[in-house]
Design a binder for this molecule. Structure first.
Ligand code: NAD
Length: 498
């Protein structure tokens, strides 16, 4: 820790709720504390929203939706979004450091993600003045018929702790472009950066109530938000189990829903793959962000002729990964983000070992560092039916097993209820297209892993979610289509005939 003592925590300027363009205390003045997972010590005290704050936020978002925000053109919204992107770039170091204190994310990753946020806002700003309806010129000669795409309304975004701001931006940027208003409920473990983002919204000049932030330690608050009749859309990222609950609450009052959920993503390495690139891709897939990414490549299937060599290379590199202070640029693996998640990873490792898995490296916590560190782990001797092969760990744990034929490799990759992402490593271009088509996942990276872009849809098959984020079409998930029929003949019609 000696070289880190000079590193000071970033200033948290605002720690109250952000509702209707104002910083307000939570109901009853309640607050809660969040800890820095690197030290395991409290670093922030944040206002703790309750049920009445949910009502206030929904009212504010509704008033903004029907007020000044609805009067703005797409071009005016775009200008605000571009200004927000400028502010994010200017303040990126501070905002990234807040993420690092909140969830232990490496500073270099956090800094990269804040840069991506600016890209996402600029991309969707470019779309804000291009949201068009259609004229149905041949619908009926007696009518002039056209459609409009209108904002879906008040959006409640329920967010996880692993990439709090970037994952919010995937919802927020298309929602702002579409003219919706927004209530962010950050994870109870990582509420601070959403408040820093609210400061940027205020400075950019968005009308009051367009963007609201409701941190809360209570899981009743996101539940109340998803149940609230004043919410028109629930955009959820988190675990599959909680996502199903959120969707059920939303559907009960017919709010629209998109879900970005968990994964157990496969990486298929064929014998003709570039060994160095594939090794790097397996490491990138599972050890970046300490494995706490929804699309972590947590199951590796390697064709038998190169299995031993790939395993040896992955283990050799895993053993040299530099664990430590996420604020330092040389650190490669930070802590697990929460105490509960740390316990979950340890339990899953214990169960995997009981099921017969062998740790080729790692296999448990690194106690020398304090904090919630798990050593980078590669498990062999695993079987497709094992719990560790079926359930998401959300930690630096790679399961690896050999396969023989392409047919078998594809079957193993698809043997999951999830379907978020996948990696395919081969130098055979025919195989690329054959296998990419057969893998059931929302993303297939070929000879690569973990690329994202605002113009590319991201989301999952099966238990990994519903709907897609990013890509121009994401705006459709924040608009409703309205058909307008204008009678042109002026004649009275038979009332009993359609
Ligand atoms: P979580 O499901 O525990 O919590 C997510 C959010 O839901 C939190 O803000 C929480 O307060 C809220 N919540 C709790 N109870 C709720 C309820 N009854 N109704 C509505 N909301 C409720 O998930 P987490 O532990 O924060 O995040 C980790 C999970 O997120 C992993 O499973 C991971 O795969 C998934 N994830 C998915 C993606 C993706 O894009 N597919 C991205 C990141 C994380």
């Amino acid at each position: 820790m000696s070289s880190t003592t000079a590193l000071k925590p970033p200033d948290l300027v605002h720690t109250d709720l952000y509702i209707d363009g104002k910083w307000v205390q939570a109901e009853g003045g309640r607050r809660f504390e969040t800890e820095n997972p690197y030290t395991g010590k409290v670093w922030a005290s944040i206002a703790d929203a309750g049920a009445s704050d949910v009502d206030l936020a929904v009212k504010a978002a509704r008033a903004a939706l029907e007020g000044p925000w609805s009067e703005m053109t797409g071009g005016q919204r775009a200008r605000l979004m571009n200004k927000l992107a400028d502010i994010l770039e200017r303040d990126a170091d501070r905002i990234a450091m807040i993420e690092t204190y909140d969830n232990g994310k490496l500073i270099r990753d956090a800094r990269w993600q804040v840069g991506l946020m600016a890209e996402w806002f600029r991309y969707f700003a470019g779309a804000a003045d291009k949201i068009d309806g259609t004229v149905m010129q041949d619908a009926n000669p007696e009518f002039f018929v056209y459609t409009r795409r209108e904002p879906i309304g008040v959006v409640a975004a329920i967010l996880p702790w692993n990439a709090p701001l970037l994952l919010m931006t995937w919802k927020l940027a298309p929602a702002m472009a579409a003219g919706c208003t927004f209530i962010a409920k950050p994870s109870e473990f990582t509420p601070s950066s959403a408040l820093a983002l609210a400061e940027c919204f205020a400075e950019a000049g968005f009308p009051a109530g367009v963007f609201n932030v409701l941190p809360s330690s209570s899981r009743d608050v996101p539940a109340a938000l998803t149940q609230h009749e004043g919410v028109n859309k629930v955009a959820f990222t988190g675990s599959t189990a909680t996502g199903v609950k959120a969707a059920q609450s939303a559907i009960a009052h017919l709010a629209r829903v998109t879900l970005e959920l968990g994964g157990k993503s496969p990486q298929l390495v064929f014998e003709d793959a570039d060994m160095e690139a594939a090794t790097n891709g397996l490491l990138r897939g599972i050890f970046s962000a300490t494995g706490q990414i929804c699309h972590a490549g947590s199951r590796a299937f390697v064709q038998r002729p190169i299995y031993d060599a790939i395993l040896a290379k992955v283990v050799a590199r895993a053993n040299t990964l530099k664990l430590g202070d996420p604020r330092l640029p040389e650190t490669e693996l930070g802590p697990i983000a929460t105490a509960a998640q740390f316990e979950k990873v340890k339990e899953m490792l214990a169960r995997a070992k009981a099921d017969g898995a062998l740790a080729a490296c790692g296999g448990g916590p690194d106690e020398s560092l304090g904090g919630y560190f798990i050593r980078p782990t590669v498990l062999t001797n695993v079987k497709p039916g094992d719990y560790i092969m079926r359930e998401e760990v959300f930690g630096p744990v790679l399961c690896i097993m050999p396969f023989d034929t392409e047919e078998e490799g594809v079957a193993l990759a698809n043997d999951t209820r999830y379907g978020l992402a996948s990696g395919l490593w081969t130098s055979d271009v025919r195989r690329v297209h054959r296998v990419a088509k057969r893998i059931r996942a929302g993303t297939v990276w070929v000879n690569a892993y973990r690329g994202v872009s605002p113009s590319v849809p991201f989301g999952g098959f099966g238990a990994s979610g519903m709907g897609r984020e990013s890509g121009l079409e994401a705006i459709n998930d924040y608009t409703e289509r309205k058909a307008i029929w204008v009678e042109m003949t002026g004649q009275t019609k038979d009332p009993f005939k359609l």
